[in-house]
Write a protein of this length. Structure first.
Length: 98
């Protein structure tokens, strides 16, 4: 993917591509999938036992419901199918829903 600007000339938080690329670099360098790396190197050492890309069945009742604001209030929103996959370990997406 082409750069948005020359390194050092500007800064922008990546919408998707940069974070996803960084996740892939982590996989290649560590030899682990992104989810395994985060679990072993960050979540477990910090005692983050409830942090994961996908909740276990016993934790499903704690998952938030997504809503969109529509006139005259809120409307429940389903997780887009491309985010509902259990094979996408995205560092830039909402990964809390199955």
């Amino acid at each position: 993917m082409p750069l948005d600007f020359q390194p050092g000339t500007a800064w922008r938080y990546s919408a998707l591509a940069g974070i996803e690329t960084l996740g892939r670099v982590v996989e290649v360098v560590s030899g682990m999938t992104f989810d395994q790396f985060l679990k072993q190197r960050i979540f477990e050492p910090l005692g983050m036992k409830d942090t994961a890309f996908y909740p276990t069945e016993d934790r499903m009742p704690r998952v938030v419901t997504l809503y969109n604001r529509v006139p005259p209030g809120l409307q429940r929103t389903e997780t887009p199918s491309w985010l509902a996959t259990r094979t996408l370990f995205s560092g830039a997406a909402d990964c809390g829903r199955p």
